[in-house]
Design a protein around this ligand. Structure first.
Ligand SMILES: Nc1ncnc2c1ncn2[C@@H]1O[C@H](COP(=O)(O)OP(=O)(O)OP(=O)(O)O)[C@@H](O)[C@H]1O
Length: 259
């Protein structure tokens, strides 16, 4: 298979005031892969995602997504139509029903759609993420944490995107809820041919569904590759993270799942 970088970051520098978050960061995300992005707290994973999405202007470097240059553009609308995002806090609009939440991107990008068609498309997305038909009429506050994540995912998939960005999607879920969400993500990624940029702290997620892992540290990508490649990289944080007790139990769980 010939690999094709659908996200290409070169020489990225981001900074807030005097605090430099990224310096000379390079990263490629290949079409059809799930790339897991890990790194210590505050290493700039969310900022990197926002830079790729064109939500903040870097101080230097370039970002290309699906062949379009993001850097220097004020509002990459065309790109926003082709990408779905689930932010860390999930942020559903609390005063809208679940169905109305999923309809928001459709309304924004296709205002000419009839209410009937928009509703049908949104209901389809809810079915895709495994939510029962009655869920659409509920308010986010009436859902469990896991259901809210699924609703957020349905909204991220509203525009039938090629690229999906997820910032810690399993944070706050119990282990079974998190494993169910991982499985859903993998199934949807394969069925819809998605490329996924996935920020996570969750080793189970990394081991269960990611094709490659990128480790952020010291303002750049320390290493990127398959799990085995990354685990072997000589760095203190990587050693603690991938060879600590939590990693051992995640590996054991994956082996049990594979039997
Ligand atoms: N809008 C902002 N203004 C000022 N500083 C910011 C802003 N956004 C992020 N930062 C800083 O940039 C650094 C990286 O933040 P980021 O949220 O990307 O970290 P992270 O790796 O995602 O962390 P975590 O794993 O804890 O979520 C942090 O020091 C943060 O305080």
């Amino acid at each position: 298979m010939v690999s094709e970088a659908v996200i290409r970051v070169r020489g990225l520098k981001t900074q807030f005031g005097t605090q430099v978050v990224h310096e000379d960061l390079d990263l490629d995300v290949q079409r059809g892969e799930i790339l897991g992005v890990v790194g210590g707290s505050g290493t700039g994973k969310s900022v990197l995602m926002r830079a790729i999405l064109g939500l903040l202007s870097p101080h230097a470097g370039s970002v290309d997504v699906l062949g379009e240059t993001v850097t220097g553009r004020r509002d990459p609308v065309k790109l926003r139509r082709r990408t779905g995002v689930l932010f860390q806090d999930g942020a559903l609009f609390s005063s809208l029903t679940v169905l109305e939440n999923v309809e928001v991107p459709l309304k924004e990008h296709f205002p000419e759609l009839s209410a009937q068609l928009r509703g049908d498309l949104a209901r389809l997305r809810l079915r895709l993420v495994g939510l029962a038909p009655g869920t659409g009429a509920k308010l986010p506050s009436e859902l469990s944490g896991g259901m809210r994540k699924r609703a957020g995912l349905a909204r991220a998939l509203a525009m039938d995107p090629e690229l999906l960005f997820l910032d810690e999607p399993t944070a706050g879920l119990d282990p079974i809820g998190a494993a169910d969400f991982d499985e859903l993500l993998k199934t949807l990624q394969q069925a819809l041919g998605l490329t996924v940029f996935l920020i996570t702290h969750d080793l189970d997620t990394l081991y269960a569904i990611c094709d490659r892992i990128a480790v952020l540290g010291k303002g750049r990508i320390l290493t990127v590759g398959t799990r085995e490649e990354v685990e072997d990289f000589d760095d203190d944080w990587i050693r603690d993270y991938f060879h600590g007790p939590r990693a051992r139990s995640a590996r054991a769980a994956q082996r049990r799942g594979g039997d």
